[in-house]
Design a protein around this ligand. Structure first.
Ligand code: CO
Ligand code: CO
Length: 354
């Protein structure tokens, strides 16, 4: 099975690395950003510093705008599916803030010497997901270069008091992860090998499922903090949330939801380059306890494309939230640990118990 719809062109063969695994390494990026002076003002509620999912800008006392952009190279060969995944992923940062996406711009890079009917399919996939989000595309920008890139710049709305930043996790909170891990290794298997039909469709279902319902439920049940799991993996995004909130996250590695086929993909060594860079990124903050399961550990560092939300919520509401999220499509949602402040560890450290 080749998981392709067009016989002649395989999108994943036209690019060097795929999806969120193609991010610039975080240590290289942070070195590069150091030299730049970022201006800010009193309306910037969430800006460059906190490594949050999106920027938030106050317009009035009861309205703020959320701005985010995300685009990447093809993770699958089917252009329509790729468009859906890229749009779902771009919308996710608005959902991670607890906001409502209202409009979006297309961002497209495509070598125009190739079959341009592919463009229509990519944009149709994106448009359908944006519609599902009750959001509208109002423009875009395209360039003719040798690599394919697609994604969105998204604007959302939120009440300035209701922002689910990554800096408000509280000691004692329960941690919920809404989607299974493993998209990096599974996408790598799509690129370099193939997946069985049911594993492929499970992977696509996960990457094209909007974080909309999970976000609405966590807002309704007053979650304290949230982020989505993308290129820096579960470890990287957990660390960012823990650092910003000044807490430790204690995670039961055996509770982490995992996509079907992901264990097999790790065991067959379909690791991405992000596995290494995410280890490097988190090395002073990742603490493993117990008998480490190396396979699960790879999934903790696996870069995710269109991954789930990591939600920090008062433990009183955690069971109800998991139930609601599962009932709304994210069947693998799980309580995976809790936030704490442990004197032995630096704030920001994440403790994985195996
Ligand atoms: Co994000
Ligand atoms: Co992002």
């Amino acid at each position: 099975m080749s998981n392709t719809s067009k016989d002649t062109v395989r999108l994943t063969q036209m690019v060097t690395s795929a999806g969120c695994a193609a991010k610039i390494f975080p240590h290289i990026l942070s070195d590069a950003l150091k030299g730049v002076k970022w201006e800010t003002n009193e309306n910037v509620l969430v800006g460059f510093d906190g490594k949050d999912d999106a920027g938030v800008y106050k317009v009035s006392d009861d309205l703020a705008l959320i701005h985010t952009t995300d685009f990447f190279t093809p993770v699958v060969d089917d252009p329509y599916t790729y468009g859906q995944i890229a749009a779902t992923n771009a919308l996710s940062d608005v959902y991670a803030m607890g906001g409502t996406p209202i409009n979006a711009l297309n961002i497209l890079a495509f070598p125009q010497k190739e079959d341009i009917s592919i463009i229509k399919d990519i944009l149709s996939g994106g448009a359908d997901k944006v519609k599902e989000a009750n959001c509208v595309i109002i423009g875009g920008h395209s360039v003719d270069v040798s690599n394919i890139l697609y994604g969105l710049a998204v604007t959302g709305t939120i009440h300035p008091q209701n922002i689910k930043g990554n800096d408000c996790a509280k000691q004692g909170d329960a941690l919920i992860l809404t989607k299974g891990l493993g998209t990096g290794v599974l996408n790598n298997m799509v690129k370099f090998s193939e997946l069985s039909e049911n594993i492929y469709s499970g992977l696509i279902a996960s990457m094209t499922r909007l974080n909309k319902n999970a976000s609405e439920q966590m807002v309704r049940l007053n979650a304290n903090a949230c982020t989505d799991i993308t290129g820096f993996g579960f470890a990287g995004h957990s660390m960012q949330l823990a650092k910003a909130s000044g807490v430790n996250l204690v995670v039961d590695a055996n509770k982490l939801p995992v996509l079907e086929g992901a264990i097999n993909a790790v065991e067959n060594n379909f690791l991405t380059r992000g596995d290494k860079s995410n280890r490097e990124y988190t090395k002073n903050f990742y603490i493993a306890k117990g008998l480490v399961n190396k396979t699960i550990e790879h999934l903790i560092f696996d870069p995710q494309t269109s991954g789930g939300l990591l939600i920090s919520i008062n433990e009183k509401n955690a069971e109800e939230l998991v139930r609601e999220i599962r009932n709304n499509g994210d069947e693998r949602a799980e309580i995976v640990g809790y936030a704490d402040v442990i004197n032995d560890y630096e704030k920001g450290a994440i403790i994985l118990e195996y």
